[in-house]
Design a protein. Sequence first.
Length: 148
Amino acid sequence: MNLSVMAQVAALPDKPTDELKRMWQDLFETKAPPYNRSFLVKRLGYRLQELAFGGVSEKTEERLDAMANDPACADPARMKRKAGFRPIAGTRLIREWKGVEHQVTVLDDGFEYQGCKYKSLSVIARTITGTRWSGPVFFGLRKPGSGQ
């Protein structure tokens, strides 16, 4: 990456919001949107690089358009299934329950708890608590009621 552009992008987080808004006006030729500072910094960083090195290629634009128009990509049920987060193998999940610390190790094909393999975190949570729990909620991977 061009050092001048890299230096400009690296300096963005330290700039005052008023200066970021002035940069937005210069780079986009429109008033800055009323979004938070973090958004302005990220979008300005992208724009600086886009102007210096070019935008998305025509081939990539075509591929993105095709994906956007693909009914399989628009299926909310499919999107929800793909959105599921699973920690990488080797991650240790630790939860204290009624004064006892419980450790679960994430495996490629499931989970290990107290020397036994499980396919589901929810089964482990039920083993620990004696009641039905969402495993990802119990171990803090997801907020209660998030629906994913």
